[in-house]
Design a binder for this molecule. Structure first.
Ligand code: D5M
Ligand code: FE
Ligand code: ZN
Length: 522
């Protein structure tokens, strides 16, 4: 049996009575000859090991790599493709640690301003999924039913090709012991007295209980589940057909074949967020250095500025926030923000979305600002779209989302899947679930609209978030996930919970190659 896919590897291991860490499976799937690698891994597995670990697979692959190297007489070494997908290091040029080019243009002479030589006629920008001005929801129960149904339909259509599913009510009438698959929204996750997982799935016809045995490799996938996300499962019905024993579990996910689009010319975009003007911790000096740099010839290809929310500090966002306010009136904060925006070269195209500190409703999707605020910020002619929005810049589709759900993903999932230190990994989870804020009822508030604007219907080329004030980026199935840091120094709250923000960085994206560099302005 060719072991080309992780699912096959998992079932091969299971048929021989082995468990494996998911990362071990992805490593094996990424080798040129997974079947041989699997054999070697099992042969050399320590007798007392209960589970095939990624480390063990790595050691096996390294041994075969050094053998391959020894055989090689010349040429570059052929590093086996051990790392794949979820655990992959970013393939962007600069790796996970930003290549910090310390800015040296602080106090750049004013005459550098206007030195940019740009041809605006080549620009192209399109926006989709912007619900500003189209809010229809009234928050009635029926609206929630409607929006969840839309979520289900959209995500189920992405899963349909992968399982031969039946609606829950049809499964109830199937005979015991038969194979069955269903697609549903996760409505409950519980562990049973014996440590197995009971996952209840809901579709438009009803709910059905699904049991994931604790000793199956897919049990690890249960740790990655969030309530209200849509998944597919495949398995065997119990004798009384009252429960499904799950053999495989599928996420809507981004296809590995996704091939990102790029711009036709050398042009760049700065992707930032969380400016927090109005806070005592807003780093005005770093901002001045950034905008001064934008006026230099070195930055002449940076023609776009995308801001993923929290333009101002806002008022009444968190308890005792007012003690750290520099500007106490929300409109004054936007007036000040508008002044800071004017420092950005006038020829740059600016697109922004609101965040949880901005003066729009908190529930997502958040519409772009109202007329009054747009008016205040009109000096630079910046456009505001809803949170989230799909902004396509010269062919490159950037999904802009502020990122409030990241707090929840980080709180709920195991550290290796999502942490504040590696915020991009939490973003991978959202890409896998094809939804920017799957779990309803926690931090993330949801405003029901006529459809679920938070579903990722299209696969973006770049996923841009902020909110957690940490800088991190990486590639997930060829999608560049970037969380862009902030322009606010550590607040009292962050001090109290040990959050060390990444402040004053500007990630710069080459739209023609999708390579990223990060510039530091502190
Ligand atoms: O969020 C910045 C980050 O800090 C984000 O991860 C939430 C967290 N944060 C900040 N202040 C608080 C309080 N008071 N309670 C809980 N979590 C908090 P931002 O949206 O910029 O405030
Ligand atoms: Fe913020
Ligand atoms: Zn925020």
């Amino acid at each position: 049996m060719p072991l080309s896919t992780p699912a096959r590897i998992v079932s091969e291991l299971a048929s021989r009575g082995y468990n494996a860490e998911p990362a071990a499976v992805t490593r094996l799937a990424g080798t040129p000859e997974p079947a041989a690698a699997l054999e070697r891994a099992l042969e050399t597995m320590p007798d007392d090991a209960l589970k095939l670990s990624a480390d063990h697979v790595d050691s096996v692959l390294e041994r075969s790599e050094s053998r391959a190297d020894a055989r090689q007489t010349a040429g570059s070494s052929t590093k086996p493709e051990t790392a794949t997908s979820d655990t992959e290091d970013p393939s962007v040029s600069t790796g996970t640690t930003p290549s910090e080019s310390k800015d040296d243009v602080g106090g750049a002479p004013v005459e550098t301003k206007g030195s940019r030589d740009v041809d605006r006629s080549q620009r192209a920008i399109e926006v989709a999924n912007d619900m500003t001005g189209n809010s229809t929801g009234t928050g009635e129960y029926s609206d929630f039913v409607h929006v969840f149904r839309d979520r289900y339909e959209k995500l189920a259509s992405q899963l349909r090709g992968r399982v031969n599913h039946r609606p829950t009510d049809a499964i109830e009438n199937m005979s015991g012991g038969s194979e069955a698959a269903l697609i549903g929204m996760v409505s409950d996750i519980r562990s049973t007295a014996s440590g197995h997982w009971l996952v209840e799935l809901e579709d438009t016809n009803g709910t059905f209980p699904c049991l994931v045995m604790k000793d199956r490799p897919i049990a690890d996938l249960v740790q990655q589940l969030l309530l209200d996300e849509v998944i597919a499962v495949d398995g065997t019905l119990a004798d009384d057909a009252g429960i499904l024993f799950v053999d495989s579990l599928h996420f809507p996910d981004v296809p590995r074949t996704h091939s990102p689009s790029t711009a036709d010319r050398h042009v760049q975009a700065a992707l930032i967020s969380d400016i927090h003007v109005g806070s005592q911790e807003f780093m005005a000096d770093a901002w001045h250095r950034f905008t001064d740099w934008l006026h230099t010839p070195e930055a002449e290809h940076v023609e776009y500025l995308l801001i993923a929310g929290d333009m101002v500090e806002g008022v009444g966002i968190y308890p005792e926030q007012d003690e750290e306010l520099d500007i106490i009136d929300i409109y004054d904060q936007y007036e000040a923000f508008s002044e800071y925006l004017k420092e950005v070269p006038g020829d740059m195209e600016i697109r922004m979305i609101p965040g949880n500190h901005d003066a729009v409703r908190l529930a997502e999707p958040q519409p772009g600002f109202d007329e009054e605020l747009r008016d205040i910020m009109s000096a630079h002619d910046a456009s505001v779209h809803s949170n989230p929005s799909l902004v396509t810049v010269e062919g490159v589709t950037v999904l802009m989302y502020h990122g409030v759900s990241l707090d929840e993903v980080i709180a709920e999932l195991p550290d290796e899947e999502a942490s504040y230190e590696e915020p991009h990994k939490a973003m991978y989870q959202l890409l896998k679930k094809r939804h920017v804020a799957p779990q309803y009822g926690g931090h993330t508030r949801l405003a029901p609209e006529d459809r679920d604007y938070l579903v990722m219907e299209a696969v973006p080329d770049v996923f841009h978030t902020g909110h957690v004030h940490k800088l991190g980026w990486g590639q997930y199935h060829n999608v560049l996930a970037l969380n862009s840091g902030c322009w606010q120094a550590q607040t009292e709250f962050q001090k109290s919970v040990n959050i060390d923000p990444d402040s004053g960085y500007a990630p710069i994206l080459d739209l023609d190659t999708l390579e990223m560099t990060v510039r530091k302005f502190t």
